[in-house]
Write a protein that binds this ligand. Structure first.
Ligand SMILES: Cc1cc2nc3c(=O)[nH]c(=O)nc-3n(C[C@H](O)[C@H](O)[C@H](O)COP(=O)(O)OP(=O)(O)OC[C@H]3O[C@@H](n4cnc5c(N)ncnc54)[C@H](O)[C@@H]3O)c2cc1C
Length: 437
C-alpha cells in the first residue's frame, strides 16, 4: 500500500495543531492531523481555561465575538470557532497564609480575564477543520520522524505518512521536537506537575481568580479559578516536587487554611492533570522541513489562543514557501522572524526569580499587610511588569521605614538570575533523555 501523502502533517490536535489545521484548510493545502487521543473533550490535561482578552501579548490580542461564534485575533486576520459561554473574572487575588490579600484589578473595571469551555473550543475547531477537508487520524501516537531534502516521513504506532512539511504541535513534552533533534543543547528548567479538580462548593465573596501563597513553607501553587458555569471552579495545584501529594494539599486547604471558610460540601465534577518538562525557548523553531509550534517550542504556556496563532503563522509561512518554490532558510524566514519578535524577545529571562516561592509564609503575610485594597495591574506580563514595577518601588520605599530587613530580602530575591532561581527545580526534574528514542 502506498504511503498517505500530504502538503503538511500536523502532529497533535491541541490549540496549536487546530490553528495550523484551520489555516491549512483555508489556504487550500492538504493536511493530515494526527492525534494520540480518541476524543479532545472532556479535557484530561490540567488547564484553568482562561482567556486573556483585549490585551496585547505574544503579538496579538483577542476578542470573543458572541454573534459570530468566534474568537478573533485583532491584527492577524485569524479566527477560531467558539460558540460556548464565557464568564468574566473580576480580579486576581493573592491570599497569604493568615488571609491578607494582594488584589489585582484591571483598568476601567474590565474583567481581569474571561474563562471559557476549552473542551468545547477544541471540539468545535476540530469539526470545523474536518468539514473544511483536513484528514483527521485520532488514536495514533507519533513514534518517529525522518527528514529528507524534499520532505518528512512521520511514523505512528499504526501507519506512516509523508508530507512536504511537519508542524510539530504535540505540546510541551513534544516528542517530534526530540525526534528531529530540536532539544539537543536546550537548557532544561524543571518538571512541572499539575493536578486539577473541577468542583462545586466554593463560595468566595467575588468571582475572582484566587492564589493561596505560602511561599517556601509550601511552594506548590494553589490556585482556584471560576469555571465557565455559574457555581463551578477549577482548583489547580502545581509545583516542581518529584512526588507531590496534591490530594492531601487540597484537603488541607479545605480544612485548615485562609480559604477554608469558602468551601462547603465540595463535589468533584471531573479531574485532570499533567506532567510537563520545561526547557528554554527554541530560538530557531524551524528547519529540515519541521516547524515546532505552540508549547513545544516555548518554555511554558503559549496559551490556549496564542498556541493556535503560532500554528496559523507557521502554515502561512509553509504556504508561501510552497507557492514560491522557496527552500532552505528562505522558506523558514517569515515564521522565524515572527517567532523571535513575539515570543523569544517577549520575556528576556525565562521565569526569572519567583518572589512568592522564595519568601516564607510569614514574610508574605507581613508584605501583604502593607497592600492597599486594590492594585491596578494586567494579566499581560509586560504591562503587568510596568504597572507593578512602579507600584512596588513606591511600596518598598514605604516599607523601608518600618521593616528594612524585609525590603532587603525582597531586593536579594529580585537580583537572582533565572539559573539561580530555578536551580532546585532543575535538580528535582526528570527530563526525557535525548537517547530515549
Ligand atoms: C495547569 C495549567 C493551567 C493552564 N491554564 C491556562 C489558562 O488558563 N489559559 C491559557 O490560555 N492557557 C493555559 N494553560 C496553557 C495552555 O494549556 C497551553 O499553552 C496550550 O494548551 C498549548 O497548546 P499546544 O497545542 O501547543 O499543546 P497541547 O495543548 O499540549 O496539545 C498537544 C496535543 O498533542 C497531542 N500529542 C502529544 N504527543 C503526541 C504524539 N506523540 N502523537 C500524537 N499526538 C500527540 C496531545 O494529546 C495534545 O492533544 C495552562 C497550562 C497548565 C499546565
Amino acid at each position: 500500500m502506498s504511503m498517505k501523502t500530504y502538503d503538511i502533517i500536523i502532529a497533535g490536535a491541541g490549540p496549536g495543531g487546530l490553528g495550523a489545521a484551520l489555516k491549512a484548510a483555508s489556504l487550500g493545502l492538504t493536511a493530515a492531523l494526527i492525534e494520540r487521543r480518541s476524543r479532545l473533550a472532556p479535557l484530561t490535561r490540567a488547564c484553568s481555561e482562561g482567556l486573556l482578552h483585549d490585551e496585547f501579548y505574544f503579538g496579538d490580542s483577542i476578542t470573543v465575538n458572541k454573534a459570530q461564534g468566534t474568537i478573533d485575533f485583532k491584527h492577524s486576520g485569524f479566527s477560531l470557532a467558539y460558540t460556548g459561554q464565557t464568564r468574566a473574572v473580576t480580579s486576581f487575588i493573592n491570599v497569604s497564609r493568615s488571609g491578607k490579600q494582594m488584589k489585582l484589578v484591571r483598568e476601567n473595571g474590565l474583567p481581569i480575564h474571561l474563562v471559557f469551555d476549552k473542551g468545547r473550543y477544541l471540539e468545535e475547531n476540530l469539526s470545523r477543520a474536518i468539514e473544511a477537508g483536513i484528514s483527521f487520524f485520532p488514536d495514533q501516537n507519533v513514534t518517529g520522524t525522518a527528514s529528507t531534502p524534499d520532505g518528512v516521513t512521520v511514523h505512528t504506532n499504526k501507519e506512516s505518512f509523508r508530507a512536504r512539511f511537519l508542524v510539530a504541535a504535540d505540546g510541551l513534552n513534544s516528542a517530534c521536537a526530540r525526534f528531529a533533534g530540536f532539544n539537543r543543547d536546550r537548557k532544561f528548567y524543571g518538571t512541572l506537575n499539575a493536578a486539577c479538580w473541577h468542583i462545586r462548593g466554593f463560595e468566595p465573596e467575588e468571582t475572582a481568580h484566587i492564589h493561596l501563597l505560602e511561599g517556601s513553607d509550601d511552594p506548590s501553587a494553589f490556585c482556584i479559578c471560576p469555571g465557565v458555569q455559574e457555581g463551578e471552579w477549577s482548583v489547580v495545584i502545581s509545583g516542581f516536587e518529584n512526588t507531590p501529594d496534591y490530594a492531601k494539599r487540597f484537603e488541607q486547604v479545605q480544612d485548615k487554611s485562609a480559604l477554608s471558610k469558602y468551601f462547603h460540601n465540595v463535589q468533584v465534577i471531573r479531574r485532570s492533570a499533567c506532567i510537563l518538562n520545561l526547557c528554554e525557548p527554541l530560538k530557531n523553531p524551524c528547519r529540515d522541513n519541521v516547524f515546532v509550534i505552540g508549547d513545544g517550542a516555548w518554555f511554558g504556556q503559549t496559551s490556549n489562543t496564542h498556541a493556535a496563532l503560532t500554528g496559523a503563522k507557521a502554515v502561512e509561512c509553509i504556504h508561501s514557501a510552497l507557492n514560491n518554490g522557496l527552500s532552505g532558510d528562505a522558506a523558514y524566514l517569515p515564521y522565524r522572524t515572527w517567532w523571535t519578535e513575539n515570543f523569544v524577545n517577549y520575556l528576556k529571562v525565562p521565569g526569572g526569580g519567583n518572589m512568592f516561592e522564595l519568601l516564607t509564609a510569614d514574610e508574605i503575610d507581613e508584605f501583604f499587610s502593607y497592600m492597599p485594597g486594590e492594585i491596578v495591574a494586567s494579566m499581560e506580563p509586560k504591562k503587568a511588569g510596568q504597572l507593578l514595577g512602579a507600584f512596588f518601588q513606591k511600596l518598598l520605599s514605604e516599607i523601608q521605614q518600618k521593616n528594612p530587613g524585609l525590603v532587603q530580602r525582597i531586593a536579594a530575591i529580585q537580583k537572582l538570575t533565572a539559573d539561580e532561581a530555578w536551580k532546585e527545580k532543575q535538580k528535582a526534574g526528570f527530563p526525557v533523555p535525548e537517547s530515549a528514542e
